[in-house]
Design a protein around this ligand. Structure first.
Ligand SMILES: Cc1cc2nc3c(=O)[nH]c(=O)nc-3n(C[C@H](O)[C@H](O)[C@H](O)COP(=O)(O)O)c2cc1C
Length: 377
């Protein structure tokens, strides 16, 4: 282990009285200090997208069938050529050592043990090769993907991709909805600062971006930071330097979805970054069926943002998703009880999914039930 790691307290007891993801959230709020809570669990601006994501899944209605054969049912799904035990993946999230000293290591252990896919953030607070070495040997594991933020220094980006490939990551997830950080007011109000012991260790040694010509002379944002913002040509570049499949994360517009497929994306993650970038965007529950219509099954669709119940997972599958990603609830579980807490969150979701399948007459997820929008789409 390197100095970045700490022994995993895999057997940290789960606090009493927690039987839903909402219970985990309530408890975690009491465990974290206010600035850390604002960073990890807050969202952009008035946090409307964040709240509406959750509300949108809750509001959708399931139309169950009865007296259907259920024996031999299962939650297995196929994704990018593999069979997964269930369709729940851990979303990429930065700086998990803020939630618990065991950070990404604990999340990885729990995800591997629960057969959940793990998407590891570019801005993780633990080394990517250690995480891969923890995850990959687990026999029942799900997929291990590396989430990539293209860095202004493209040579560094290329080297980062090479390191992820060498460590055994199985796909790249290119996040495209955050060319600039959203206006995270709660975080600023709480005066959040990264503590000295938490950093984006996999970005260490990156050179500052080369200066570029000023375009308008009016806006520091547009003339400086955004001169390095990725474009469609960067997706082509990324595909040219890697043998791994590249998924795009942060797609909401059906035309972007079509273009991504045309540019060779291996899959799409319908996401609004959990409301952390732009506030008042379309919810992911609302975007998913529109994108499913546009993409017509050409590539797998995943979705995240506001998934808090097994019924939410089932609704996503009914609206055309191949799998879902879960963000903040994993951090709540991590803060509450390290690896045990994350495992509990993933187990609860999966158990709820199975119950929801049985009660809608759905033996496998390819038979996911009809989902009705309330109010209509
Ligand atoms: C603390 C935190 C850090 C995040 N960091 C990243 C990141 O590094 N890369 C990324 O693509 N998404 C990041 N996200 C967004 C998540 O991957 C995901 O899209 C979102 O959390 C899903 O919404 P949910 O939290 O409601 O489940 C982050 C989310 C949170 C809460």
């Amino acid at each position: 282990m390197t100095s970045h790691s700490s022994p995993v307290r895999a057997h940290a007891p789960l606090p009493e009285g927690i039987s839903t993801l909402a219970d985990h959230e309530r408890h975690a709020r009491g465990v974290m200090d206010a600035p850390t809570w604002a960073y990890l669990c807050g969202a952009a601006a008035d946090e409307l997208t964040f709240t509406r994501n959750v509300e949108a899944w809750r509001t959708l209605e399931l139309l169950p069938r009865v007296l259907k054969p259920l024996a031999g049912g299962h939650t297995r799904v196929n994704l990018l050529g593999r069979t997964l035990a269930h369709p729940i993946l851990v979303a990429p999230m930065a700086y998990q050592r803020l939630a618990h000293p065991d950070g990404e290591h604990a999340t990885t252990l729990a995800a591997a043990a629960l057969g959940a896919g793990m998407v590891f953030s570019t801005q993780a607070s633990m080394p990517l090769d250690e995480i891969a070495a923890t995850f990959l040997p687990e026999p029942g594991r799900g997929p291990l993907w590396f989430q990539l933020y293209l860095q202004p220094d493209r040579d560094f980006t290329r080297e980062l991709v090479r390191r992820a490939e060498a460590a055994g990551f199985e796909a790249l997830v290119l996040t495209v909805d955050a060319p600039v950080q959203g206006s995270r007011d709660a975080e600023r109000r709480a005066n959040f600062r990264l503590p000295a012991h938490v950093s984006a260790v996999n970005l260490a040694g990156m050179r500052p971006p080369p200066a570029r010509a000023i375009v308008s002379g009016q806006s520091a944002l547009f003339d400086d930071l955004l001169t390095h913002a990725p474009g469609w040509e960067d997706l082509a570049w990324l595909r040219s330097i890697t043998r791994l499949p590249v998924l795009l994360k942060g797609v909401l517009h059906p035309e972007d979805a079509r273009q991504a497929v045309a540019c060779g994306a291996a899959g799409l993650i319908v996401s609004n970054h959990g409301g952390r970038t732009l506030d008042t965007t379309i919810t992911t529950a609302s975007a998913l069926p529109r994108i499913a219509d546009a993409v017509k099954g050409e590539v797998p669709l995943l979705v995240d943002g506001g998934i808090r119940r097994g019924t939410d997972v089932l609704k996503a599958m009914g609206l055309g998703a191949s799998a879902v990603l879960v963000g903040r609830p994993v951090l709540h579980g991590l803060a509450n009880a390290g690896a045990t807490g994350v495992a509990h969150v993933l187990r609860l979701l999966r158990d709820e999914l199975e119950i929801a399948m049985a009660l809608t007459g759905c033996r496998t997820l390819s038979e996911a039930p009809m989902v009705l929008a309330q109010p209509p789409l």
